[in-house]
Design a protein around this ligand. Sequence first.
Ligand code: PLP
Length: 403
Amino acid sequence: MENKDYLELRKEFGSPIFVYEEEKLRHAATEMLSFKAPFGLKIRFAMKANSNRTILRLFDSMGIHIDASSDFEVQRAILAGIDTSKILLTSQEIPNDIKKTVDTGIEYNATSLHQLEEYGKAFHGGDISIRINPGEMGIDSSSHDKTKVNGEDAGFGIQHASLIDAKGIISKYNLKVIRLHTHIGSGSDPEAWAEAAKVSSSFLKEFPETKILNLGGGFKVGRMPGEKNANIAEISERVSKMLEDFHAETGRKIFLELEPGTFLTANAGTILATIQDVTIDVNKILKLDCGMSEIIRPALYGAEHHLTVIPATERQEEYEEAIVIGHACEHADVLTAGKARKMLRAQIGDILLIGGAGSYCSSMATKNYCSFPEAAEVMIDLNGKARLIRKRQTMQQMIQNEL
Ligand SMILES: Cc1ncc(COP(=O)(O)O)c(C=O)c1O
């Protein structure tokens, strides 16, 4: 995409907008699908990263299944046209009616003893998946305390130390554990993935019937210059070696599942925003027409995103340091993590592109805070043509459920 393309996009669709590129989505998906797994592989898209149905359908057409994180995501995926047999629900919140949800044809992954018990009551003798939190084993390679998913103080999954209780429930209801699930957030380090796989293989030994191992997501992508993407080929070498060793040792052929969200979408999406105001009193501060209502990651965990100024007028290129802030009345709504960043000298009316915004942005932001409407979303197809894939929310839609 060139500068003029962004200026054209703004003319056609307004600002702020999310811009996704089909080519990049397909590229990331193809790379993930090339993951080597000696006894079979299924990739599930962690749809909480981006739940727009055009994106769900695109991945579906490439043979990617769904990791849903709530009963509502299950409903959303079904409404997008995804076959229920392709959906695995791994949720913190138990569905209100677990029987009804599972009877749609989805698979269910119990993430707590309570969920396991409720599943057992509803499906005596049925197949079940369980998510295990390695807990006291101290394994977690997430990049930030706020994205930590394992450990004794993290409430995701059945604690490893409680497996004895889980086994009690499993035998009480005569359940068959067909899948073990761990999500360790292993980032880009092949060593960390190998370690996660090794720990998971020790869990597999405790469940001799289990044929599927789901290692969750957490493949890092480089959002800032100099940051690297996880090397899928290298990681898959390490994980497949573990599966082969496990086979040699036990004779069991384990089918592998992975649930990337970030890896599939992060760098395929950009927020196109407009610089609405420039303050030069003390610091140079650029104020945007978007912010935590579109991208909350910087406020939530100090995430850094690549920022590019696209000048709206022809002028000489000069660089300077600037702070970039969002449009909410919150000091946390800042895109430059508290410190100025060197960028092209900007003027009011220029475009500011926020990179790495294809995951956990549109789906996660503080919807309607300060009554900002949800931004429109645009997809650039393989021929470079832009089409609207979500309209900007109207004021009427924002207030329609208020009485
Ligand atoms: C169970 C599970 N699977 C998959 C993911 C996706 O992680 P990522 O987007 O980092 O790949 C998450 C994220 O928190 C998760 O909790």
